[in-house]
Ligand binder design. Structure first.
Ligand SMILES: *Cc1c(COP(=O)(O)O)cnc(C)c1O
Length: 379
């Protein structure tokens, strides 16, 4: 049976737009390892100036951007970086800081709002002592992925910066894992330049909500980028006529960044629809929905995330009868991700339009109402 799929597993599922494909095919290119690709150079300098930094570097992925930043900011082996325990760098980059940069990681528990304790940060910054590693870098993630696309507030960032800058001993750098920094800026109504003003480096994903097919950009000072460019070659990230990819990045900045607020609105719309069901089994914290990521929390003890994901993917005959179908009569499959045992994550992005949002709402409503019929109250 053919079905209509609304795929909300991740904003990495974005497809390049028609305009991106057109600009990619006509991009003027050169050998970027020689610094001779004009399209890459244009993208790097454009994004650097948006962020108020001196220079930029096109890299293959967000993971590579974070790794290079850590390598540059931690020149001596056995340096230590401080980072949230729910951060992407800590959880999902294969221990790259240890494996490839020779760096030790100290974690601080992430709060549900994406921040970590600044008092704890202060305690974790090392004194200059022969027994101890050298604290070289603090990494902040914004928006915070695992914490549900939370926007780390400007006031918190300012306070963090002042603690790090006031610390005695060797100077400590600040890196922003800004995979979704444009989402943070859109949600706050603040420029990315202001949000990242006091950070020495920022990595930004083009291939998530910004809809480009491949790539991230690292920005920072000229000296920082020169060294990052050198390390990029060592980790196999020196690419040649990569302007074909940078061309999509330019379109992302011009055309997709201004639309991110729309993704946030649609995410809220789904959240509100689930909230309005007042289900005892599946709940959503409306205040927690700040950008393009939405977590549904499972309160029913007899239900786990993987089953909820499966139920959203199954099409039962009675849901077609109940009208859960698209305009061509196709049943609706909603794809999602059980990030924990008791929660399911939905992520919106450029290709998810109003029609798909309505279909997702219908499907969620149907499945959750079935739970509520089966378990009218949570024990
Ligand atoms: C996706 C992501 C990355 C890494 O991106 P890849 O391009 O998949 O390597 C880094 N940080 C955060 C917060 C992310 O969500």
């Amino acid at each position: 049976m053919s079905t209509r799929i609304v795929d909300l597993r991740s904003d990495t599922l974005t497809q390049p737009t028609e305009e991106m494909r057109a600009r990619m095919s006509s991009a003027v290119v050169g050998d970027d390892v020689y610094g001779e690709d004009p399209t890459v150079n244009e993208l790097e300098s454009k994004i650097a100036s948006m962020f108020g930094k001196e220079a930029g570097l096109f890299v293959a992925s967000g993971t590579m951007g974070n790794l290079l930043a850590i390598m540059v900011h931690c020149p001596s082996r056995g340096s230590e970086i401080i980072i949230g325990d729910q951060s992407h760098v800590f959880l999902y980059e294969q221990g790259g800081p240890a494996q490839l940069a020779g760096v030790q990681v100290a974690t601080i528990k992430n709060e549900i709002d994406g921040t970590f304790s600044l008092a704890e940060l202060q305690r974790k910054i090392r004194i200059d002592d022969i027994h101890e590693p050298i604290t070289s870098l603090v990494v902040v993630e914004n928006t915070h992925n695992v914490c549900g696309g939370k926007v780390v507030p400007l006031s918190y960032l300012d306070e963090l910066v002042s603690i790090v800058r006031r610390s005695s001993g060797p100077s400590i750098a600040l890196h922003m894992d800004g995979a979704r920094i444009f989402n943070a800026a859109a949600a706050l109504g603040v420029s990315v330049q202001r949000l990242c003003r006091d950070f020495d480096s920022v990595s930004i994903c083009l291939s998530k909500g910004l809809s480009a097919p491949i790539g991230s950009i690292l920005v920072g000072s000229k000296a920082f980028i020169t060294q990052a460019r050198r390390f990029r070659k060592a980790v196999g990230g020196g690419m040649r006529q990569v302007g074909v990819l940078a061309a999509a990045g330019l379109v992302a900045l011009e055309q997709i960044v201004p639309l991110l607020g729309k993704d946030h609105e649609r995410t809220k719309r789904i959240a509100k629809a689930v909230h309005d069901l007042s289900s005892p089994n599946v709940v959503v914290d409306l205040d927690a929905v700040q950008t393009n990521i939405l977590f549904l929390e499972i309160k029913q003890p007899d239900l786990v995330g993987s089953e909820f994901v499966q139920d959203l993917e199954n099409v039962q005959p009675d849901e077609l009868r109940a009208g859960v179908k698209d305009k061509n009569g196709l049943g609706v499959v909603v794809r999602s991700c059980d990030l924990t045992l008791k929660s399911v994550r939905l992520v919106l992005y450029h290709q998810i339009d109003d029609e798909q949002v309505e279909l997702a709402i219908k499907k969620l409503t149907f499945v959750i109402k079935q739970y509520d019929a089966r378990w009218p109250k949570v024990q």
